[in-house]
Write a protein that binds this ligand. Structure first.
Ligand SMILES: [Zn+2]
Length: 64
């Protein structure tokens, strides 16, 4: 299962949840997945990416 979440810096991220941490591509912090709120879930990385983009657009008030 892939999870979509946000880093403390506000950067959107997604990660396979079998990994417990992820290094943010923006601020280089190591994020513990258990400490972040899961904003979306997907079965594949590609699906997670699409969900992430949709959430990002929604946050910005844009429509795809
Ligand atoms: Zn970050």
């Amino acid at each position: 299962m892939f999870v979509v979440f946000k880093c403390v810096c506000g950067e959107w991220q997604y990660q396979d949840d079998q990994f417990k941490t992820r290094k943010c591509s923006k601020c280089a912090r190591t994020i513990k997945l258990v400490k972040r709120r899961v904003l979306g879930k997907a079965r594949t990385g590609q699906e997670a990416r699409v969900i992430m983009l949709h959430l990002k657009m929604k946050e910005l008030g844009l429509k795809l």
